[in-house]
Write a protein of this length. Structure first.
Length: 222
């Protein structure tokens, strides 16, 4: 746990710093850094008893995670026109690539820490203890049902977090946004559970690159 925190928090701290306009408001930045430090620590603490958290992936798993993330991004691009969601993505074509790389880095690190490392681990930790209490078991154990409940809770939270820019688009679009982001969250959650938070960050970054860097130009050319 200490080893995971020793490198995850500096990574998250950099992501938080890059997410602020320059020069950043120092008090707000300090509060944000403290909050992300607590989320990293809590996520690692909740996950540790259940085999969740920081697992430095092997090079082959990094490649797998990147490819899965990129493929998930491609699926998102294929689904967007079906729900009429590509219009706002096209507007992103004018944003410089370097800015989107920074945004993709920020999103991958911070969102995975919040929605996978913290929320999934917290729900699994809580579910295992509720299960132990109900069954009178001597120790809290993780079950596939508990894992899936955690993934669904995380997916709903992840989808809701991406609704702000679509709230004026009507119920059908809102439902589509929830569905698309929820499905991606399930994929990222499974990667987190199987391979650790580092692999989930890599997959998330790859997906964002495909959607937000390749996607706008793909639809523009189309």
């Amino acid at each position: 746990m200490k080893r995971g925190f020793a490198w995850l928090f500096p990574l998250a701290a950099i992501a938080v710093l890059l997410s602020f306009p320059w020069p950043p408001p120092l008090l707000t930045l300090l509060i944000a850094e403290v909050v992300i430090a607590l989320l990293v620590w809590a996520g690692l603490w909740f996950g540790a008893p259940h085999g969740l958290g920081s697992v430095i992936p092997s090079p082959i798993r990094v490649v797998y995670a990147f490819l899965i993330g990129a493929a998930s991004g491609a699926v998102v691009l294929a689904l967007l026109p079906l729900a009429g969601l590509q219009s706002r993505l096209i507007k992103e074509a004018s944003i410089p690539v370097w800015k989107w790389l920074v945004i993709a880095f920020d999103s991958a690190v911070l969102e995975e820490i919040i929605f996978r490392l913290f929320i999934v681990s917290l729900v699994v930790w809580s579910g295992a203890r509720v299960s132990r209490a109900l069954q009178g078991a001597p120790e809290a154990r993780t079950t596939p049902t508990i894992i899936w409940i955690a993934l669904i809770v995380s997916a709903l939270a992840f989808g809701a977090a991406h609704l702000s820019r679509w709230m004026d688009s009507g119920p059908i679009v809102i439902a589509a946004v929830m569905l698309v982001n929820g499905l991606i969250a399930i994929v990222l959650g499974r990667i987190y559970v199987k391979w650790g938070i580092e692999a989930a960050i890599v997959a998330h970054f790859a997906g964002d690159v495909v959607v937000h860097i390749i996607g706008p130009h793909f639809f523009t050319k189309g």
